[in-house]
Design a protein around this ligand. Structure first.
Ligand code: ASP
Length: 611
């Protein structure tokens, strides 16, 4: 028998019992003739005391860190109790000590605070996973998985598997492809998501589908992206947007309650994409803190609902003589409350930050609105004192505040301001990690204009339905005209999608849409995306065909499971919640994959390398 108890089980009430424990040696401390060891397993740590009686055994075996051992002994009260651990009131007076398997000295310390770098720890992931921090992350992951399954089961969802060796499903990334030996010259694609399958399951009448499933996307890996990741993927038939939002708000509430003991008050707020972009600069606003953007100038037609606000801007249709502002497509201000005394060097740091290539701005203008006296700015010579004050007031600054201003092309400037807002919120400790603020972002544009190709692409994916009111805009033959000048004036730009994202604390946790379920609409959509009838029938003929056989109205959503776990665990890094992750170059350090394959295998696959 290897054990009567685990290393986390014994308490003072077990005093006097003879027990057998097995586990790994976490630490060894020698005090003269007595040796103390910390014995670790998944459940905890128990202190062992080895006296004179085991002197010879210890000399013979010379155990070290990470040896696997089995001990038999008696539970005794500890004189020096450790309230930090559950077994801290007892120790085991060891009578028998057996080494089950020795260990080499591990390449890094297996403690909460380890000395191993990322790649080293990934190479020895099986050792890294011995650390209690990572073990707890996997426990949390399991709990989220279990609660999700239970909730969806209660709601009548069926967990249905879908294949991995498929044909492309477009989610906006590149496909990973797999050569087919039996069909020389032909390839499968790994699913970027089960999107088309879950829709087909609705056509089949399965009504409520879910799967906790791997998805594969060959993207350039920005920090915290993984080429394979897990989604909670769901689809429902005969639903409208509000049915989906209610159902999955319920899921998220249940998960937060069961896993974090947290109850959200009231229903999740809903914000239009336009408002999110206008006030926060991106479509995943962190609403834990205010600091909203103030638009001084924006391209006409880009945010129609907010145009009346712009009319009052001091920059509206006015030349100031300050070319940076006059020539910019977009000018956005952000107020730093109480920041009027910000030092020159701090402003320089922020300026350098927005000028970094990742942000790409040319500079950062500022305006101090002191508690007493007139405003002072980095562009004083172009404004009168009253003009400056007007600018400050329009930006909603109060005396004592600082106004930061960015000017440039619309997309770049808005994105930069969104990032600056997050950075300032972070610096001012306004992003409280213990606070969770979920919201639904809705009414996304259906299309995105791609200036390089001069064409439109789907903002979500090509199966997303337009809002009912906008359907005629998509269907009208007259609207197929190419874009001339800015895209904002084109009727396609105005089409809103029946799509929604769930955002928590500035992180997009999930997204989905009501789907197109009629063939002619789907065909129009493909056409708008530049797919000719032949290409769309080659790529998606199966789906178009299915729509001919009574496809019900349907819609769904998918959540990033790894990210959800990281958020619940209070971490920014999804890697810490994935058992065997890849590094930033998409490499599995432990397996050393990807790796070359041999000549024979290449031949078998009918492949020749071009190098
Ligand atoms: N398939 C979509 C995605 O992976 C989610 C959805 O529309 O349900 O983002």
């Amino acid at each position: 028998m290897y054990r009567t108890h685990t290393c986390g089980a014994l308490r003072l009430t077990d005093q006097g019992q003879e027990v057998t424990l097995s586990g790994w040696i976490q630490a060894i401390r020698k005090f003269g003739a007595i040796t103390f060891m910390d014995l670790r397993d998944r459940y905890g740590i128990t202190q062992l005391v080895l006296g004179e009686n085991l002197k010879e055994t210890l000399e013979r075996e010379s155990p070290g860190r990470e040896f696997v051992i089995r001990v038999r002994g008696r539970v005794v009260e500890r004189s020096n109790k450790n309230p930090q651990i559950s077994t801290g009131e007892i120790e085991i007076a060891v009578e028998e000590f057996i080494v089950l398997n020795p260990s080499r000295t591990p390449p890094f310390t297996i403690e909460d605070q380890t000395d191993g770098g990322d790649d080293l720890r990934m190479k020895y992931r099986y050792l890294d996973l011995r650390r209690s921090i990572l073990r707890k992350n996997l426990e949390l992951r399991y709990q989220v998985n279990r609660v999700t399954r239970e909730y969806l089961h209660q709601q009548g969802f069926l967990d249905i598997e879908t294949p991995f060796l498929i044909k492309s499903t477009p989610e906006g990334a590149r496909d990973f492809v797999v050569p087919s030996r039996m069909n020389p010259g032909e390839f499968y694609a790994l699913p970027q998501s089960p999107q088309t399958f879950k829709q087909l399951l609705m056509v089949s009448g399965l009504d409520r589908y879910y799967q906790i499933v791997k998805c594969f996307r060959d993207e350039d890996l920005r920090a915290d992206r993984q080429p394979e990741f897990t989604q909670i993927d769901c689809e429902m038939a005969f639903v409208e947007q509000k049915d989906i939002l209610e159902m999955f708000e319920g899921l998220i509430r249940t998960i937060f309650r069961e896993v974090r003991g947290l109850d959200f008050e009231g229903s999740f707020p809903r914000m239009s994409w336009e408002e999110a972009m206008w006030r926060y600069g991106n479509d995943k606003p962190d609403i834990r803190f205010q600091m909203r953007l103030v638009n001084l100038k924006a391209p006409q037609g880009a945010y129609p609902s907010f145009e009346p606000e712009l009319q009052h801007s001091p920059l509206h249709q006015k030349e100031t003589g300050f070319r940076v502002m006059d020539e910019a497509e977009t000018v956005i201000a952000l107020v730093v409350p109480g920041g009027s005394e910000t030092s020159r060097s701090e402003l320089d740091l922020l300026t350098d930050w927005v000028k970094r290539p990742q942000i790409g701005m040319k500079g950062l203008a500022h305006l101090r609105f002191p508690a007493a006296g007139p405003p002072k700015s980095s562009f004083d010579k172009f404004f009168t004192a009253t003009g400056l004050e007007e600018l400050a007031r329009f930006s909603q600054a109060s005396p004592g505040d600082l106004v930061l201003i960015l000017a440039g092309p619309e997309d770049l400037t808005r994105k930069a301001m969104a990032e600056l807002r997050i950075r300032l919120g972070q610096n001012a400790s306004l992003r409280d990690p213990d606070q969770f603020r979920p919201l639904w972002v809705v009414d996304f544009p259906l299309f995105e204009f791609n200036a390089e190709s001069g064409g439109w692409s789907a903002r979500h994916h090509p199966f997303t339905a337009p809002g009912e009111a906008d359907l005629p805009r998509l269907m009208a033959p007259a609207n197929r005209s190419p874009v001339r000048g800015t895209p904002y004036a084109h009727p396609y730009y105005q089409i809103r999608a029946n799509a929604y994202d769930l955002v928590v604390n500035g992180t997009e946790l999930g997204g989905g849409s009501i789907r197109i379920h009629r063939r002619e609409v789907q065909e129009r959509m493909f056409e708008a995306l530049g797919l000719g009838p032949e290409e769309s029938s080659r790529k998606f003929g199966f789906l178009l065909g299915a729509f001919d056989y009574g496809a019900p109205p349907h819609g769904g959503i998918a959540f990033g499971f790894d990210r959800l776990c990281a958020l619940l665990g209070g971490s920014e890094s999804i890697r810490d919640y994935i058992p065997f992750p890849k590094n930033n170059s998409g490499r599995d350090m432990m397996l050393d994959a990807p790796s070359p394959i041999g000549e024979t295998q290449l031949k078998e696959l009918n492949l020749r390398l071009n190098t």
